[in-house]
Design a protein around this ligand. Structure first.
Ligand SMILES: CC(=O)N[C@H]1[C@@H](OP(=O)(O)O)O[C@H](CO)[C@@H](O)[C@@H]1O
Ligand SMILES: [Mg+2]
Length: 558
C-alpha cells in the first residue's frame, strides 16, 4: 500500500509514474474487461463498475489542467439515468465540455490495463509536452446518487497521485460546477466561484428585471417545480430563499421529504420522453409547471388542460421564447446584432419553420450533444442553442459585451441606455458556460412576466407536429453512419433511400435515424401531421432499421 503523498509528488516530478500504477493496482484496479467510450456526455455506466475509470479521470484531469495551464472541473453524475448508474465528465477552463481531441485520450486512459498506465501517461506527457511540475487545481462536483461519494474518493486519489489539488464542491448541479470553473479561470470576472456567488448573481439579476410588480397581465407569479428527487430539488431552496416573493416556487419531488427516487416517474427526461405529467406534482389545471433532470441541466415546461391532457413546452419552445425576446431587447438598443439559433435534427419541424419564416432568425443545425451546439452557437454574436429535450443556453460574444458597454458610455439617449442596461442584466441571468435548468427557468419566467403571458399564450405561437421517438437494438450500432447534422444516413447502403420512400407516403412526414452516443441502440425520430401518422411512420422506419442494420432481439413495436 502506498501511503506517502510526498513520495508520490517526488515520483511525479521525476517523471516516474510507477507509483501511479501501484496506487491503481492496490486501490482502484481495472475490474471490467469491456472497453468504455467517452461519449456524448462523458462516461456512463453502472456505478459499481466505475471506480477505476474515476481514478484514471483524476489522472487525466491533472494532465489536462497542466496542459491548459488552468483549473479543470470533473463532474460525477449520470444525469437523467436511473439511480444505480453513474458517470463522469471533464469540464474545460472556460466552463465548456472537454475539447473533442482529448476524448480519445480519455477513452485510452479508461481502457488500458493497470500495468500500461505509466506508459500512457508518458506518451501524453511527451506528445503534448506537458510541464509536470505545476500545481493545478481540479474542481470536483457530484450529484445526489448514493454511489457518488465513493466515486469522488477514487477520482481524488487519481488527482492526488499526480500531485494535483482536488477542490471538493460537494453536491452541486452540473451547471454550477461549469460556472465555478469559469469563474476561477476568469479570475472572478465572470462571478465568484462559490455557491453563494452563483445564487447572488442570478437572483440579483432576476429581481432587477422583475421590478416591484409580480403579476402582470395573464402572467401569475407562481410556478410548480419538479426537482426529480435530485440535486435540483436541493438547490432550488436557496433560490427560493433569495428570491422571496418575486417568484413563488411550489417545490415538488424533493427526495429530502422522502417520497421518491431519483428521476423515477418524474424529471425533465420522463416528461419529454413519455410526453406526460410527472408523478409527485399536484395536478392543477392550467398551472404552469416545470421539471429539471437529475443534475439540473435540462428544463421542461408543461401544463394540464381541462381534459387533463398534458401540454409540453420543450427546448424548442424555450429557445424560441428566448430568441424572440432577445431580438426585441436588442432592437430597442438600436444596435446591429448577429443573432442566431442552433437546433438539432430532433427539433420539431414546426419550430424551425416558425423561427425562420416568422421570427426571421437564422437557424443552423448541429449534431446531437451540447458540445456540438455550443460550438456552433459561438459563431453568432448572440447564439441561442437548445436541444428539444430542454438542454441549452445563450452565449454572448465577448466583443458583443464590449460593444454594449461602450455604447452605454457613448449614448446620449436615456431610452437606449436603459435598454442596454436591461440587456446587460439579462446577460447576468444566463449561465453561458452550459445549459442550466434553473437559470433557464428564471429567464423563461422573466420573459413571460415581461410579456404578461400565461403558459397558454406562450404555447399559442405555433402548433408542434406530432412526433415519436423509438429505439432499435442492433448488433453493431457503429454500422449506422450519418451526415448533414445526422439528418441523413450514409451507411448501411440503401437505408436512406428506403427511409425516403417511406417518408414520402406521409403528410408533413420527416424521419431520421442515428446511433445513440449514450446507449447501445439506434434512435428513430419521426414526425407527421397527425399522431397516428407519426406513430406509424416511426414504426415503419424502426422496422426498416431492424431489417437493414442488423436488428437483434424482438422486432420493434409501438
Ligand atoms: C434524443 C436525445 O434526447 N438524445 C440525448 C442523449 O444523447 P444520445 O446520443 O441520443 O444518446 O443524451 C445526451 C446527453 O445527455 C443528450 O445531449 C441528447 O440530447
Ligand atoms: Mg442532465
Amino acid at each position: 500500500m502506498i501511503r506517502s503523498q510526498a513520495a508520490l509528488k517526488m515520483a511525479n516530478n521525476n517523471h516516474n509514474y510507477k507509483t501511479v500504477y501501484a496506487f491503481a493496482r492496490e486501490m482502484h484496479p481495472k475490474t471490467e474487461k469491456f472497453d468504455v467510450q467517452y461519449g456524448t456526455a462523458g462516461f456512463r455506466a453502472k456505478a459499481s463498475t466505475l471506480g477505476y475509470v474515476m481514478y484514471r479521470m483524476g489522472l487525466l484531469a491533472v494532465l489536462r489542467a497542466r496542459y491548459k495551464k488552468g483549473c479543470i472541473g470533473v463532474m460525477i453524475t449520470a444525469s437523467h439515468n436511473p439511480e444505480p448508474d453513474n458517470g463522469v465528465k471533464l469540464i474545460d477552463p472556460c466552463g465548456e465540455m472537454l475539447e473533442q481531441s482529448w476524448e480519445k485520450w480519455a477513452t485510452k486512459f479508461a481502457n488500458v490495463g493497470d500495468d500500461q498506465l505509466e506508459e500512457v501517461i508518458n506518451e501524453i506527457v511527451t506528445q503534448l509536452n506537458i510541464e509536470m511540475t505545476q500545481r493545478v487545481e481540479i474542481l470536483v462536483g457530484k450529484d445526489t446518487r448514493p454511489s457518488s461519494p465513493s466515486l469522488a474518493k477514487a477520482l481524488c486519489d487519481g488527482i492526488l497521485a499526480l500531485s494535483g489539488k482536488p477542490i471538493d464542491y460537494g453536491i452541486v448541479t452540473t451547471p454550477q460546477l461549469h460556472y465555478f470553473v469559469y469563474c476561477r479561470n476568469s479570475r472572478h470576472e465572470y462571478g465568484l466561484p462559490t455557491e453563494e456567488g452563483y445564487y447572488r448573481k442570478l437572483c440579483n439579476a432576476f429581481k432587477k428585471l422583475r421590478g416591484q410588480k409580480f403579476d402582470v397581465g395573464n402572467y401569475s407569479n407562481e410556478v410548480f417545480y419538479d426537482g426529480a428527487n435530485g440535486v435540483g430539488a436541493k438547490k432550488i431552496k436557496y433560490f427560493q430563499e433569495c428570491l422571496g416573493d418575486s417568484l413563488k416556487i411550489g417545490m415538488y419531488n424533493d427526495e429530502l421529504i422522502g417520497t421518491g427516487k431519483l428521476n423515477y416517474m418524474c424529471g425533465a427526461d420522463y416528461v419529454k420522453t413519455t410526453q406526460s405529467f410527472p408523478h409527485g406534482v399536484p395536478q392543477e389545471i392550467n398551472q404552469r409547471c416545470c421539471s429539471v433532470d437529475g443534475d439540473a441541466d435540462r428544463l421542461m415546461y408543461y401544463y394540464l388542460d381541462e381534459d387533463k391532457k398534458c401540454h409540453l413546452l420543450d427546448g424548442d419552445r424555450i429557445a424560441i421564447l428566448i430568441a424572440e425576446y432577445l431580438k426585441e431587447v436588442v432592437e430597442s438598443t438600436g444596435l446591429e446584432v448577429d443573432l442566431g439559433l442552433v437546433q438539432t435534427a430532433y427539433a420539431n419541424g414546426a419550430s424551425t419553420k416558425y423561427i425562420t419564416k416568422k421570427l426571421k432568425v437564422p437557424v443552423s443545425f448541429a449534431c446531437t450533444g451540447v458540445k456540438y451546439l455550443h460550438h456552433q452557437a459561438l459563431k453568432f454574436e448572440i447564439g441561442v442553442y437548445f436541444e428539444a429535450n430542454g438542454h441549452g443556453t445563450v452565449i454572448f460574444k465577448k466583443e458583443f459585451k464590449e460593444k454594449l458597454r461602450s455604447a452605454l458610455k457613448d449614448s446620449s439617449s436615456d431610452e437606449v441606455k436603459s435598454a442596454i442596461e436591461k440587456l446587460l442584466v439579462v446577460i447576468d441571468l444566463v449561465n453561458e458556460t452550459v445549459g442550466d435548468a434553473i437559470s433557464d427557468m428564471l429567464l423563461v419566467e422573466t420573459i413571460l412576466h415581461s410579456k404578461g403571458w400565461s403558459v397558454q399564450d406562450w404555447e399559442g405561437a405555433y402548433t408542434d407536429l406530432p412526433n415519436r421517438l423509438m429505439k432499435v437494438s442492433v448488433k453493431d450500432r457503429a454500422k449506422i453512419q450519418t451526415t448533414d447534422a445526422e439528418r441523413r444516413c450514409v451507411k448501411p447502403d440503401g437505408l436512406q433511400d428506403a427511409i425516403d420512400a417511406i417518408v414520402d407516403k406521409y403528410n408533413a412526414g420527416r424521419s431520421f435515424v442515428r446511433p445513440s452516443g449514450t446507449e447501445d441502440l439506434v434512435r428513430v425520430y419521426a414526425e407527421a401531421s397527425t399522431r397516428e401518422e407519426a406513430d406509424q411512420l416511426a414504426l415503419e422506419i424502426a422496422l426498416k432499421v431492424y431489417e437493414m442494420a442488423g436488428g437483434i432481439g424482438p422486432e420493434p413495436t409501438l
